[in-house]
Design a protein around this ligand. Structure first.
Ligand code: ATP
Ligand code: MG
Length: 173
C-alpha cells in the first residue's frame, strides 16, 4: 500500500533541512517528481542549489529571500509568506509532483505569518499519494497532530556553542 505521508522534521538540533534533502534525493532515484520550496533563505550560497542544478532531477526554488523578521517589516514578511504559500498551495493542488518539501515552513507558521488552519486545510485536500515534508524549528502543535511522521532533532552538541566555530561550507550551507 502506498499512502502520501505528511512528514515533519522539527526541533532545535541540526539536520532538519539536510534530512529533507536526503529524502528528496532518495525519491528522485525512483524517478519520483520532486520539488523543494525553501521558505526562508539565508544570505549563504547554499551548496544544495548548485548540486541539484547539476543533478537536474530535483526542482528547488528559493522563496522569500526578502524576509527580515523585523517588527517594523512584519507586513512585508507576511506578504512574502503569502506569495510563497500561494505557490506551494497551487503545486500541491495541481498534483504535478510526488513529493514536495516545504523547507522552513514551520518557522513561518510559528511567527504567525501564515494561518496554520489554511495550511492544514490545503494539505488535507492533497492527492492521497502525495508526500509532503515540512521542516523548521517550532512546528505548531496542530501540524504535529495532523502529521503521519514527526522527528524532532535535539541538540546534544553544536560546534558553535562549544567551540565558537562558525558556519562552514558543506556542513551548514
Ligand atoms: P541543516 O540545514 O544543517 O540540516 P537545520 O535545517 O536543522 O540544519 P535550521 O533550524 O534551519 O537547521 O538552522 C540553520 C543553521 O543553524 C544550521 O545550519 C545549524 O548548524 C545552525 N545551528 C543550529 N544550532 C545552532 C547553535 N546552537 N548555534 C549556532 N548555530 C546553530
Ligand atoms: Mg533548516
Amino acid at each position: 500500500m502506498s499512502k502520501g505521508l505528511l512528514i515533519v522534521f522539527t526541533g532545535n538540533g541540526k539536520g532538519k533541512t539536510t534530512a529533507a534533502l536526503g529524502m528528496a534525493v532518495r525519491a528522485a532515484g525512483h524517478s519520483m517528481r520532486t520539488l523543494i520550496l525553501q521558505f526562508i533563505k539565508g544570505a549563504w550560497n547554499y551548496g544544495e542549489l548548485e548540486a541539484l542544478k547539476r543533478f537536474g532531477e530535483i526542482e528547488i526554488r528559493p522563496l522569500g529571500t526578502g524576509f527580515t523578521w523585523k517588527k517594523e517589516n512584519l507586513d512585508e514578511d507576511r506578504r512574502l509568506a503569502g506569495v510563497g504559500w500561494k505557490l506551494a498551495a497551487e503545486v500541491i493542488e495541481r498534483g504535478d509532483y510526488d513529493i514536495v518539501v516545504l523547507d522552513e515552513l514551520n518557522l513561518v507558521l510559528a511567527y504567525g505569518l501564515l494561518p496554520v488552519a489554511e495550511v492544514l486545510d490545503t494539505l488535507g485536500r492533497r492527492s492521497q499519494s502525495l508526500h509532503v515534508v515540512i521542516t523548521g524549528r517550532s512546528a505548531p502543535e496542530e501540524l504535529l497532530a495532523a502529521a503521519d511522521l514527526v522527528t524532532e532533532m535535539r541538540e546534544v552538541k553544536h560546534p558553535y556553542r562549544e567551540q565558537s566555530i562558525r558556519a562552514q561550507k558543506g556542513i551548514e550551507f
